[in-house]
Design a protein around this ligand. Structure first.
Ligand SMILES: [Cu+2]
Length: 242
């Protein structure tokens, strides 16, 4: 092989390696042995803004005339429900259901759950538990670009739609303007919605240092550095305030 051809070959190999590096952001499933965890509590401190009840303007027989808004759900200890805690960047880690279906129900004219998490590539399974027409409209990201707009005239028939992009998906209903929900779509399975007391746990995290995002639909987001040691529990607590 002449030097010139050899150099070309090396050049092509280097270009291929660079290209491989560029796509290294893709999550890879590996065996996580002796992983750690990140757990803690997300809270709200201060005075919550007063949010008026939702006032259904149609289908009141089913929906009622007044529904408490579910944007801020804070318990007596300050625990904040429906925040999302997510490792922002992690190249490899635990397995997840690649064909998993994240359930979203239209129930009594509200989205249940109000906030869900999903991994990019999974599907959203949208059901209508109500005997009225709902029209689920999904918008991607801060620009609220329409992803899907799905009429659900039939009760109890699940429609599945793939979540192809990561980011926050805002869910509305074209038939009932008070309906609102979110799906937080991550590139990896390390994302979770806080429980009613604000608690959360991310398990089987490989040892390492991570940027962990705490997100809330109204209170914004905060990124924290968390270091997880093998076989150990790391703590992340965060308080939103206004
Ligand atoms: Cu609706």
């Amino acid at each position: 092989m002449s030097n010139k051809i050899l150099m070309t070959t090396i050049g092509a190999a280097a270009a291929l390696m660079m290209a491989t590096n560029v796509s290294a952001g893709k999550y890879k499933v590996v065996d996580v042995s002796n992983g750690g965890s990140i757990s803690g509590k997300i809270s709200f401190k201060g005075t919550l803004p007063s949010v008026p009840d939702l006032k259904p303007s149609s289908d009141q027989d089913l929906c009622g005339n007044s529904i408490p808004a579910d944007y801020y759900i804070v318990d007596a200890s300050g625990g904040l429900k429906n925040a999302v805690v997510a490792i922002e960047k992690i190249d490899q880690g635990k397995a997840y259901e690649k064909k998993g279906i994240v359930a979203l129900d239209n129930k009594k004219c509200m989205f249940v759950p109000h906030v869900a998490t999903a991994v990019k590539g999974q599907k959203l399974g949208i059901n209508n538990s109500d005997p009225v027409l709902h029209n689920t409209h999904l918008y991607h990201g801060k620009k609220l670009k329409t992803m899907y707009n799905i009429a659900l005239p039939l009760q109890n028939r699940v429609i599945k739609k793939p979540l192809r992009k990561d980011g926050v998906v805002t869910i509305k209903c074209d038939a009932h303007d008070w309906m609102l929900g979110y799906v937080y779509v991550s590139k990896n399975p390390y994302s979770v919605v806080t429980a009613a007391d604000g608690s959360f746990t991310l398990s089987d995290v490989p040892a390492g240092s991570y940027k962990v995002k705490v997100w809330h639909e109204k209170l914004g987001e905060s990124v924290q550095d968390v270091t997880v040691a093998a076989g150990s529990a790391a703590t992340l607590n965060h308080s939103f305030s206004n």
